[in-house]
Write a protein that binds this ligand. Structure first.
Ligand SMILES: Nc1ncnc2c1ncn2[C@@H]1O[C@H](COP(=O)(O)OP(=O)(O)O)[C@@H](O)[C@H]1O
Ligand SMILES: O=C(O)C1=C[C@@H](OP(=O)(O)O)[C@@H](O)[C@H](O)C1
Ligand SMILES: [Mg+2]
Length: 169
């Protein structure tokens, strides 16, 4: 049985918030892939996006995530990791992938400053366009989907723990 858990989903879905508590509750290490990227590149995500453009950032994110090799961890990815084929293939091999799913309405109400947060949005692309574009990718890679609408952090954690009980060591 696999030991790692990877969280995917839209920005604001709670991958980082849920991930660290989940790791604590499951006795695992916690890795926030965004922080690994920032450390390796020596700058903030939004500055990498400014420097390299959306495609350049996605290439960095793909490379960093494809190189993660924890033994027993919860990994919170960035929302755009699903564009990285090598990263997703690798993460799928070493972990159970959990999609924290929120409706578009809920995502929008959680994200007040999309640009400041460093979300990979192309010129002219709206948050709704992004949601529609990514929905199918999150579904494609998910081993487990957690419907999060209407749940608070504790309820989401409980639901995720239950779903993982039979799937993760
Ligand atoms: N059920 C929930 N699960 C996770 N986060 C929630 C929930 N309800 C509200 N939040 C809030 O949503 C935000 C999620 O942000 P964050 O963890 O940074 O998401 P991500 O890493 O997926 O971009 C936090 O401010 C968190 O307090
Ligand atoms: O969805 C996105 O385009 C992004 C989400 C961010 O992570 P969170 O999903 O943790 O907010 C971060 O990886 C980067 O700024 C791009
Ligand atoms: Mg995060």
């Amino acid at each position: 049985m696999k030991k790692n858990v990877v969280l995917i989903g839209m920005p604001g879905a709670g991958k980082s918030t849920i991930g660290v508590i989940l790791a604590k509750m499951m006795g695992k290490d916690f890795i926030d892939a965004d922080l690994v990227i920032q450390k390796e590149e020596g700058m903030l995500l939004k500055d990498i996006i400014k420097r390299d453009g959306p495609d350049g950032f996605l290439a960095v994110e793909n490379r960093v995530n494809a190189g993660l090799n924890p033994g027993n961890a919860v990994i919170a990815t960035g929302g755009s990791v699903v564009y990285g084929e090598e990263a997703m293939k690798h993460l799928g091999e070493i972990s159970v992938i959990v999609y924290l799913r929120l409706s578009y309405k809920a995502v929008k109400s959680r994200l007040h400053d999309v640009k400041g947060r460093g979300v990979v949005l192309r010129d002219g692309q709206t948050l709704h366009d992004l949601y529609v574009e990514r929905e199918g990718l999150y579904e494609k890679y998910a081993d487990v989907t957690i419907e999060e609408d209407g749940l608070n952090v504790e309820e989401t954690l409980e639901k995720t723990l239950q779903a993982l009980e039979m799937l993760v060591k």
